[in-house]
Design a binder for this molecule. Structure first.
Ligand SMILES: N[C@@H](CCC(=O)N[C@@H](CS)C(=O)NCC(=O)O)C(=O)O
Length: 219
């Protein structure tokens, strides 16, 4: 069994997605906190491992993988007892991948586009357009969920981990109104019942949301 090391930060949604996957697979790993506020991601040592200077970063016995979506896929392919969380079936896998790319682009980037300027440049005003981008993501997610239990159908996959890690943090900027988004609300409640959800995601989400409470003005 190789030695897995995850570099992360406690409030980072993509890190939470990896923690959910690691714990779902019951894998042992070492966790190393990277202090992004102190700029540790730009240290020479970290940049050698990930020139894109982002967390999460996985080190699997010297094999370095970054981007949460790539990490979660790799973990299931390499260590999963089954392919349940990341199906090998071509069509099922394509559907999971579509949701992973959706998370990486449509859901996550609006979050990063608000919190990046806040953390690194002390920007506390948010143009309405950035909030509208979050709403677009919610609308798509609500449609994808439809009558399904999970984002690609009736089975839990890594696409749920990635999308839920982002979606649960986005209320820092725009509430998920249960009347407007009943499917998203029910899906997040369903995921929160996973035994490893609180530790892997919810604790960090609470901290993330509390940082932004009353901190931003929408203009
Ligand atoms: N698409 C990437 C996004 C990773 C990302 O942007 N992580 C943020 C923290 S949430 C980060 O490391 N920011 C520091 C930086 O970009 O310098 C993923 O899913 O892993």
């Amino acid at each position: 069994m190789s030695k897995l090391v995850l570099y992360g930060m406690d409030i980072s949604p993509p890190v939470h997605a990896c923690l959910l996957t690691l714990r779902a697979l019951e894998l042992e790993f070492e966790y190393i906190e990277v202090n992004l506020a102190a700029g540790e991601q730009n240290n020479e040592e970290f940049l050698k491992k990930n020139p894109q200077h982002t967390v999460p970063l996985l080190d699997d016995d010297g094999t370095l993988i970054w981007d949460s979506h790539a990490i979660c896929s790799y973990l299931v392919d390499k260590f999963g007892q089954s392919d349940e969380l990341y199906p090998k079936d071509l069509v099922k896998r394509a559907h999971v991948q579509q949701r992973l790319y959706f998370d990486a682009s449509v859901l996550f980037m609006p979050l990063k586009n608000i919190c990046g300027p806040f953390f690194y440049k002390n920007v506390t005003t948010v143009p309405q357009e950035k909030i509208d981008n979050i709403r677009d993501g919610y609308n798509h997610l609500e449609t994808f969920l439809g009558e399904n239990l999970y984002v690609t159908g009736d089975a839990l996959t890594i696409a749920d981990f990635c999308c839920a890690a982002t979606a649960s943090s986005l209320p820092a900027f725009l509430e998920i109104n249960p009347e407007t988004y009943p499917k998203i609300t029910a899906w997040l409640a369903r995921l929160s019942e996973l035994p490893y959800y609180q530790e892997s995601n919810a604790n960090g989400v609470d901290k993330y949301i509390s940082i932004f409470k009353d901190a931003l003005t929408i203009v």
